[in-house]
Design a protein around this ligand. Structure first.
Ligand code: ADP
Ligand code: ZN
Ligand code: ZN
Length: 738
């Protein structure tokens, strides 16, 4: 049905302006809504999405016409489009920016919806000839041998060989293999049977299967209790009903191991989407889901924007994980948006964790979510024994007490693997002059009042700021007093690696942190090479989850004391989650596990509660404190942030924003009718990467109050003259107040 002759397309463009833009087009129709168009914008061309059909404004100058319609049928439609409208309202962000965030980069740029055939690799003739010349046992050789048997699709390769990507790249460069398109296979290996579910698992599986329609559920299960098994049963049930399942996992949790397990067990193709894929691959997964071909999509944060025309189930694994919150641009929370979508789709949504966020736990205990518990480890695995090691007045070697070093030696001698957890990468946190007290500070992040030490890297040769990335060589002598007595202070993962490698000669020592494993598959490769041999893994929180380590019998936790004294209201929650998750890595299989927690504060209430009562005892106490202090989940927050080269403009802007928020207050209504404002004040990190930063915190008992005030005041805030002198952003439900 076509609209009146003067109808126009109202287009959402990816611009930081809270409005739609009118364009002329031949025969605008309701069927255009949700389709992409290419339009002129000033001297540029932009790709936008038609948000509405409107009437031309009679007084307005003649409209520019669109350049092209890009989609034969709308890309964004139905539930997804409506949920994205909701997200724009909730984040108070321009619709055009929200829609651009939701689309894979290739589609955002205007490329057409890709074909969704599968990709396979085959050996070329020259590859067949050259095969014998490849080094025996090398990855390229193994891959070439696999492909000599038959061309293999990429899912099959994922299941057959770790690290095949790099081997394929190197063979392709030499013309030995090629990548070919094959029809998307409806055939998948017959599903393998899993272990027989325990009674607790079965109860959870039955509870999920009995849900029709929207049903939020928390699956609260200790580490190693078999949550993934429950997901697999729930997904199989969803598939059996002919529906699609979406599984969100944390950035670090999406391992080849996990995908293999899903593929082997479900017997359907499993589509993955994560930041390690290129734009084309991500667009293909999106397109396959859009067409209903992808039945199971497993992905990280942005997978929450996957179209689900036949949705049946959404799973959010490790729902407490910080990587679900987008920290720039559109600051959405993938778990929360998954709940919104599940409600709109009318499907169950399963949130899993051993350490649920306090928000989710509160919703479960108050009866708003279904509450499923797995209290036992699966199979024969026993929970690890946790012991606190008091290191007050004890000599330390690279931050490790004698007791810990002995425990490591014993565990290795017994044929086990050891994980040393230190959440601080680099060699040492500070470079100090022993003669005059000078220390190396980041010139871009410190202020005269509060310095920011640079971390020592490369065994002392290099300095690097972990906040802004600034690097420089270490000075040969103290810049203040010319002394040569410059000493690294404290301990990072590099230094622990150095000391343990020297002490345990002949034992493999692997460091796993962002410094040593830049690429996604590097960690897999390192761990794969270690296998089940005795060895030591040293790492940051990258090691707290993800790859399964069945040989791990001892976990040593060092240097957590900083986290006990942080000012952030979520610091204790994050520390408790991290400790439980790291400890949970031990003793996952038949071997019993032990956890040693080294601290100078053995009596700290957090540690005492956590060790005596576990995560839930901690959470109950913490929730009481949150309630008393008026923090989430008992209040709702929004944070207005601003930054600029100088300290004045951010504060001036936020002061003006505060006045705009006060101006929309209804004086007749009570105090509860408007959010409490605190600030403007300098951010907890007042300077970063050369920018001065400040913030204004809004807090309200009811979401409605918060959103009403923002909705009323934001047009004025956007128009403030002070806004032009700063970079500012709004973060609804901030996770970090830094
Ligand atoms: P989680 O996701 O809770 O950490 P997983 O589902 O990965 O736990 O299970 C942990 C380990 O226990 C896996 O090796 C899994 O194969 C095994 N497992 C899970 N459920 C059972 C069961 N019912 N019987 C035996 N082993 C099980
Ligand atoms: Zn000095
Ligand atoms: Zn810096």
């Amino acid at each position: 049905m076509s609209e009146p002759a003067d109808a126009v397309l109202q287009v959402a463009l990816p611009l930081p302006l809270p409005r739609l833009f009118d364009y002329a087009a031949p025969d605008p129709a309701a069927g255009d809504i949700g389709g992409r168009v290419r339009v002129p914008f000033g001297p540029r061309e932009l790709v936008g999405v038609v948000a509405a059909i409107g009437a031309a404004d009679p007084g307005a100058p003649e409209l520019r016409p669109i350049l092209a319609r890009l989609d034969p049928a709308p890309l964004l439609r139905g539930e997804l489009l409506e949920s994205l409208h909701w997200l724009a309202r909730y984040t108070h962000a321009p619709l055009g920016e929200v829609l651009a965030t939701a689309l894979p980069a290739a589609l955002r740029r205007g490329e057409s919806l890709p074909d969704t055939h599968a990709w396979a690799w085959r050996l070329t003739e020259s590859g067949a000839t050259a095969l014998a010349g490849l080094r025996t046992g090398s990855r390229p050789r193994r891959l070439a041998e696999l492909l000599r048997e038959a061309p293999r699709d990429e899912d099959a390769l994922d299941a057959l060989m770790d690290g095949w990507h790099s081997a394929a790249r190197s063979l392709r460069q030499r013309g030995f293999v090629e990548r070919i398109a094959v029809p998307a296979s409806q055939l998948a290996p017959a599903p393998q049977a899993g272990p027989v579910p325990s009674a607790e698992q079965q109860a959870a599986i039955d509870a999920i299967a009995s849900q029709a329609g929207f049903a939020p559920m928390l699956l609260d299960g200790v580490t190693g209790s078999g949550k993934t098994e429950v997901y697999l049963h729930a997904i199989a049930h969803c598939l059996a009903r002919g529906r699609q399942a979406l599984v969100l996992v944390p950035e670090i949790g999406l391992t080849p191991q996990l995908l293999q397990r899903f593929r082997a067990r479900l017997g359907v193709p499993v589509h993955a989407t994560h930041s390690g894929l290129n734009d084309g691959e991500r667009a293909r997964t999106w397109a396959a889901a859009f067409r209903g071909e992808a039945r199971v999509v497993v992905g990280t944060r942005s997978a929450v924007f996957t179209p689900l025309p036949d949705a049946g189930l959404i799973v959010v694994d490790e729902e407490h994980d910080g990587s679900y919150k987008q920290q720039d641009g559109i600051r959405y929370h993938a778990r929360d948006f998954a709940l919104v979508r599940a409600k709109a789709l009318g499907v169950p949504v399963l949130l899993g964790s051993a350490t649920p966020s306090l928000e989710t736990l509160h919703n479960a205990t108050s009866g708003r979510y279904g509450y499923l518990r797995l209290s036992q480890r699966a199979g024969d695995a026993r929970p690890p024994a946790v012991r606190v090691v008091d290191v007050r007045k004890r000599p330390l070697e690279a931050g490790l007490s004698a007791q810990m070093l002995e425990a490591i030696a014993t565990a290795l001698a017994d044929g086990g693997q050891v994980l040393v957890f230190r959440n601080r990468r680099g060699y040492a946190p500070v470079l100090l002059c022993h003669d005059c007290g000078w220390s190396a500070q980041c010139p871009r992040c410190g202020t005269p009042e509060v310095g920011r030490p640079m971390t020592v890297h490369a065994h002392g040769r290099r300095l690097q700021c972990h906040h802004c990335g600034h690097r420089r060589p270490s000075p040969p002598a103290c810049p203040d007093c010319a002394s040569l007595a410059l000493q690294p202070q404290g301990v990072g993962t590099e230094r622990i690696e150095e000391v343990l490698a020297a002490r345990f000669d002949g034992v493999p020592v692997l460091r796993i942190d962002r410094g040593s494993t830049q690429r996604r598959d590097a960690m897999q490769r390192l761990l794969g090479e270690l296998g089940t041999r005795p060895g030591i893994l040293i790492g940051t929180q990258m090691l707290a989850k993800g790859h399964d380590l069945p040989g791990l019998t001892l976990v040593c936790v060092v240097g957590i004391d900083e986290g006990l004294h942080s000012a952030d209201f979520r610091a204790h929650e994050k520390l408790a989650q991290l400790l439980i998750q790291v400890a949970g890595r031990a003793g996952r299989a038949q071997r019993p596990g032990q956890v040693l927690l080294q601290t100078h504060h053995p009596d700290h209430p957090l540690l005492a509660t956590l060790i005596d009562g576990g995560y839930h005892a901690f959470a109950a106490e913490e929730l009481e404190q949150r309630a008393a202090a008026g923090f989430p989940p008992f209040a709702h927050l929004a944070l207005l942030r601003a930054e600029a080269k100088h300290a004045g403009p951010p504060l001036a802007f936020l002061q003006a924003a505060r006045m705009a928020l006060e101006a929309v207050r209804d004086p007749a209504a009570g105090d509860d009718a408007s959010p409490a404002l605190s600030g403007p004040m300098p951010a907890p990190m007042p300077r970063r990467a050369g920018m001065h930063r400040a913030q204004l915190l809004l807090s309200a008992g009811a979401r409605r109050t918060l959103h009403a005030a923002l909705h009323a005041a934001l047009p004025a805030i956007h128009a403030l003259p002070e806004a032009r002198k700063v970079r500012w952003s709004l973060d609804v439900d901030p996770v970090d107040l830094y």
